[in-house]
Design a protein around this ligand. Structure first.
Ligand SMILES: CC(C)(COP(=O)(O)OP(=O)(O)OC[C@H]1O[C@@H](n2cnc3c(N)ncnc32)[C@H](O)[C@@H]1OP(=O)(O)O)[C@@H](O)C(=O)NCCC(=O)NCCS
Length: 152
């Protein structure tokens, strides 16, 4: 794992363009439960940044853009984690440990107690990574699982 150096950077135009491609990939769209969206809607979202209740970062591995992570629905006590590695050859390499380290640091700076996430119940890779790092299932529906973790 030491050969992978992850950095979390400003979500800029590069990531705007990359995320259009990543989230329109059929497999990633399904895994991330992403609804249909237009380039104009994406631009409106981008122009709304930065926002108090929403933080997003581009993720670089060895200086190469590979994905997006963030915290949304930020309140004084909680926030929803979201994220995806858009470059498929980086899946399953143990990177989630480092992604969560970063997110936890950000959550601490925001003085948040709880982070939670929603994951499709058939996304076994993601569920496994989340459970390994200490997320606990808080709500289970047929198609979607909510998981929660205390910010330590
Ligand atoms: C979900 C995601 C962030 C996890 O990060 P990651 O770096 O790939 O995850 P890790 O390698 O740290 O851990 C994956 C775990 O799943 C296991 N795994 C890998 N491929 C798997 C598969 N096809 N089915 C089931 N488990 C799998 C790994 O063995 C590992 O478990 P282990 O540590 O117990 O061995 C990343 O895979 C991703 O972004 N995937 C595509 C989009 C997505 O699903 N986003 C999340 C939406 S909620």
């Amino acid at each position: 794992m030491s050969s992978y150096i992850l950095k979390f950077v400003t979500f800029n135009e590069v990531y705007l363009a990359k995320s259009w491609g990543w989230l329109n990939d059929v497999e990633i769209k399904k895994l991330t439960n992403t609804p249909d969206f237009t380039q104009m809607q994406q631009r409106t979202f981008f122009d709304s940044l930065p926002r108090e209740d929403y933080k997003v970062w581009g993720m670089e591995c060895n200086d190469f853009p590979i994905g997006v992570v963030g915290l949304k629905k930020i309140t004084s006590t909680s926030a929803e984690y979201f994220g995806y590695i858009g470059e498929k050859n980086y899946w399953g390499k143990g990177l989630f440990t480092f992604i969560l380290d970063f997110i936890m640091l950000e959550a601490k700076q925001l003085h948040i107690d709880i982070i939670y996430l929603n994951v499709c119940s058939d996304n076994q890779r993601a569920i496994r990574a989340y459970q390994r790092e200490g997320f606990i299932v808080s709500t289970q529906r047929d198609d979607l699982i909510e998981m929660t973790m205390r910010v330590a």
